[in-house]
Design a protein around this ligand. Structure first.
Ligand code: ADP
Length: 326
């Protein structure tokens, strides 16, 4: 059954991710194509509470598909955790006549959307916008590909200097409690080891493998460590220096460069497809779902699934890492 959404709001929330602008553009232009009014909400749920809401036109989203960050800005909003805050947000939406929402963000933003939708009977559609790729039910999230490519570019550069000096670099990449950026960037740069939060780090076996390679004069230049991995890059460097004193070790933390920059073609494409699908979904009367991509097809997945589950990393990956670095 088709619902009667007439005015929709779009916001970006939580951590920013390259490709969010491409998603906003797709939502706005698909909405206008279907004769809907589209409203931009600034700074995520904060703008809903502060009434920082404005009508968007096709030209509002001109020339943004290639830009990182988000023109709607993003924020973490404490007030939205409270019923009073969400009620204020609802009253502001009501004033504008907004009867559907597209929330671009991570699992925290989805949790907020789900609670809000239940309380005030407003259909909400999620778009997975996070560099961490930590949302279950979708093969990709908007921003992940760009972040990984940035990490790959940086690690390649570090490898040049590592190789010139016969140094070992331990490189920390982002991902919060997800190891996907580490895994993908590590495999793609030929890292000798990759440490991720999904697998408990066995420091002894990491050091033993290094000692063995050191003994047979195999050069080891790169170990990639996810920021959420419990042992930590700095601590690992200390242990290696103690155990293999003639191995020079350096730590590089890539940090926020992984969040910025122009989105890759892949991120622009999935953001455009997902933004389009989100509006189609609202018009079709579906809600409390997020738009994901599985086996290169669009899927609508209950928000619950993203909230309750994490993406898993298959054992195959770890085997590949071990075999290819030997
Ligand atoms: P991300 O969306 O990147 O995972 P956060 O976890 O910080 O980022 O969530 C973004 C925002 O979503 C929070 O600042 C808050 O406003 C809202 N939010 C998250 N969880 C809840 C919740 N349980 N109830 C209400 N709002 C929530």
């Amino acid at each position: 059954m088709e619902s009667k959404v007439t005015k929709i709001g779009v916001l970006t929330s939580g951590g920013d991710a390259p490709g969010m602008n491409a998603a906003i553009r797709a939502v706005v232009r698909t909405g206008i194509y279907h004769n809907l009014e589209v409203y931009g909400i600034m700074r995520g749920y904060m703008g809903m509470i502060d009434n920082d809401i404005f009508k968007m036109e096709s030209k509002t989203v001109a020339n943004i598909i290639q830009r990182g960050g988000t023109i709607l800005k993003t924020a973490r909003c404490k007030e939205f955790y409270t019923i009073e805050g969400r009620k204020k947000a609802y009253e502001n939406l009501k004033e504008f006549g907004i009867d559907g929402l597209v929330v671009i963000g991570g699992d925290g933003s989805f949790r907020g959307a789900q609670i809000f939708s239940h309380e005030f009977d407003i259909p909400c559609i999620g778009l997975p916008g996070t560099i961490d790729k930590d949302i279950a039910g979708t093969d990709f999230t908007i921003g992940f590909d760009t972040a990984v490519n940035t990490a790959v570019d940086a690690i390649d550069k570090v490898r040049d200097t590592a190789d010139a000096h016969d140094r070992l670099f331990i490189i920390e990449v982002m991902g919060r409690d997800s190891g996907y950026i580490a895994l993908h960037s590590g495999v793609a740069t030929g890292a000798e080891n990759i440490l991720i939060p999904e697998r408990k780090t066995d420091v002894e076996s990491v050091v033993k493998a290094l000692e063995e390679k050191h003994g047979r004069k195999k050069l080891v230049n790169i170990i990639v460590v996810a920021e959420g991995e419990s042992f930590g890059a700095v601590e690992l460097a200390k242990v290696i220096t103690e155990r293999i004193p003639d191995q020079e070790v350096r730590v590089t933390i890539l940090g926020h460069i992984q969040r910025g920059g122009s989105p890759t073609c892949f991120d622009r494409l999935i953001a455009s497809r997902m933004g389009y699908a989100a509006v189609e979904c609202l018009i079709a009367g579906k809600f409390n779902v997020f738009v994901g991509i599985l086996n290169n097809k669009m899927h609508y997945i209950p928000l619950d699934q993203a909230i309750k589950q994490k993406q898993k990393i298959s054992e195959d990956w770890m085997k590949i890492v071990k075999i290819l670095s030997s």
